[in-house]
Design a protein around this ligand. Structure first.
Ligand SMILES: Nc1nc2c(c(=O)[nH]1)N=C([C@H](O)[C@H](O)COP(=O)(O)OP(=O)(O)OP(=O)(O)O)CN2
Ligand code: ZN
Length: 119
């Protein structure tokens, strides 16, 4: 089994509507995102997926979120948690690159807190 991972980032504001604590107030994160692809088969160039292809798509998805207020996006249903952001990015990537064996998307909200969506 082979696995590759690419990375991108974005900065955004959010708050959690159904949360009692500091995160119910508007605040921001520098989100770090990892996209993972997994598979058994390499192409004739010996690659699972060209890093550059997956990285460009991930950067495009992250650019659309950059410097936004994530609570403005209906996709997150008032609670833009790291879990929902990871699922959203996974679905966006899969629609852009249906042929890529995308495995998971990780969203690091802080250096010590990460959510993963496995598709
Ligand atoms: N499962 C989840 N839990 C929390 C999420 C989330 O998206 N999924 N989000 C938050 C807040 O957005 C918060 O900003 C980040 O939480 P936390 O890791 O607690 O942030 P800190 O760095 O401030 O925590 P330290 O105590 O300094 O480690 C909360 N929970
Ligand atoms: Zn937060």
């Amino acid at each position: 089994m082979f696995e590759i991972r690419v990375e991108a980032d974005f900065a955004a504001a959010h708050f959690l509507s159904d949360y009692h604590g500091k995160c119910e107030r508007l605040h921001g994160h520098n989100y770090l995102v990892h996209a993972h692809a997994r598979g058994e088969t390499l192409d004739s160039g010996g690659m699972l997926v060209d890093f550059g292809v997956l990285k460009k798509a991930l950067r495009d998805v992250c650019a659309a979120l950059d410097h936004s207020n994530l609570n403005d996006m209906a996709a997150f249903d008032r609670n833009p948690s790291a879990e929902r952001i990871a699922a959203y990015i996974f679905i966006e990537l899969k629609s852009m690159l249906p042929e890529v064996p995308l495995y998971a998307v990780d969203v690091w909200e802080t250096p010590t807190s990460r959510a993963r969506y496995i598709g």
